[in-house]
Design a protein around this ligand. Sequence first.
Ligand code: ADP
Ligand code: MG
Length: 530
Amino acid sequence: MKARPRANTSKDSGKKTVVAPSAHHMPLLNASGIIKRFNDFTANDDVSFSIYEGEIHALLGENGAGKSTFVKLVYGLIQPDAGVFEWRGDPVTITGPQQARDMGIGMVFQHFSLFQALTVAENIQLALPGGEPLASLSDRVRRISGEYGIGVDPDARVHNLSVGQQQRVEIMRCLLQNPSLLIMDEPTSVLTPQEAEQLFEVLRRFSDSGMAILFISHKLDEIRALSSRATVLRRGINVGTVDTDTRSARQLAEMMVGETVGYVARETPPADGDILLEISNLSRPRPTQFGTPLRDISLKARRGEILGIAGIAGNGQDELMEALIGEWRGKSNGVISLEGIDISHAGPALRRNAGIGFIPEERNGHGAVPAMSLAYNNLLTSHSLAGAVKNGVINDDAMRHAAADVATAFDVRLPNENPLASALSGGNLQKFVVGREIAKSPSVLIVSQPTWGVDVGAAMFIRAAMLDLAGKGSAVVMISQDLEEVFMIAHRIAVLYDGHLSAAIDATDLTAEKVGLLMGGSAASEALET
Ligand code: ADP
Ligand code: MG
């Protein structure tokens, strides 16, 4: 291996500080002036930066910033329209993934492609060229696994593995080809905080051995914990490469969005308010083969608070939301009551009229009808809006005004006066859907993934609006997989795991680590003792 900028490992932080790469060192990969267009849309616009051996380099940006596009170019899955890649100093055209792998580039994708019924070694054998015998392949897997502490058992069947373990199988598959650059596209989005920390340990060992890692994320805290340098993309443009040590999470966020981020934070938790929404012993069977049963769920949401429900996707979030909205009319046990009145048997319209606002996760089709104007979308959940419907006739003017008021109050940027919902960007449509519900001053707001896929600026706006609603005396129940978001605004936090809901605990008494243990299925007694 050639000379490279050697890393000093700082034992205290567990984080590497790579000696500042200088002109003396040749980058492993250098990108200059990379441009990639999709029709009229420029997804990468003059992106230039270098990655050095032994470096953990973060590629940071909001959804849609062009991160995945960039790494697909590096891995040869798509070709740039302009610009040059250099590999160890030589210009290269990366025509496909096979060439990328031959050069020494490995990539772990967000979604895994493993055969569930096969063993780890069988899966890896299928993916590697050369038809290496299973026995020697298994030996190599065991040796490399031990060397880096990856914990991959070649004989395990994939269907018995957790998501984190499956990800490590994908990493192993890359390692067997001896990469000098390992690319990971948002690897922690499917992991608990503990699994993410284990992954970071492994990645640090890789980097100690000289491997370069290009790590994509939009989570600022983990980027600061793991990487020494970060390149920030904003709308396809490279806004800079910085030493992460010298920037706060807030400064990185500002680079990402290009404006001052209005940070929100909850005030001190309110004193025990009245119970507005209560669920007692709610159970329901698995709705489909892939669904999750709800198992004896109880919660109380009080006036003035945001109750955060954390958890990894697929642990009953959709089923709980369905039960709360009143869309699920099959067999269930338990009672849902609003201000002391049993609403278990009421449908969605009755529940809305009784004072509950709902913001489902899927804004297209569920939260809003894409092919309808904003005015009609507003009417959908607001039949009782003053003046909108008189004697069964819709008052067009009143409707437009109501929608325009929501747009103004919630900073929804409209392309014209009364656009179709489908004409709005994701962040703007979500602000409209949230604004529409909050404008009705519901006594209880139930929201799932309020800022999913929304840019940082709009996300902060939405969170501030929910805090404001709680501050005015409503109760907000927020189901969210974004733990940073839960800690930012929830007063109390409960965790959904495999259809069970843990007891809600004051956020100030919790740490991300404790919540992470609950998210991974640890018993509350264990998780809360740590
Ligand atoms: P990120 O990974 O940062 O979230 P992507 O690189 O996936 O962003 O996407 C950047 C932008 O390019 C997005 O607006 C996306 O819609 C667009 N885009 C990505 N791939 C394609 C494609 N194959 N065709 C058209 N547009 C695309
Ligand atoms: Mg992406």
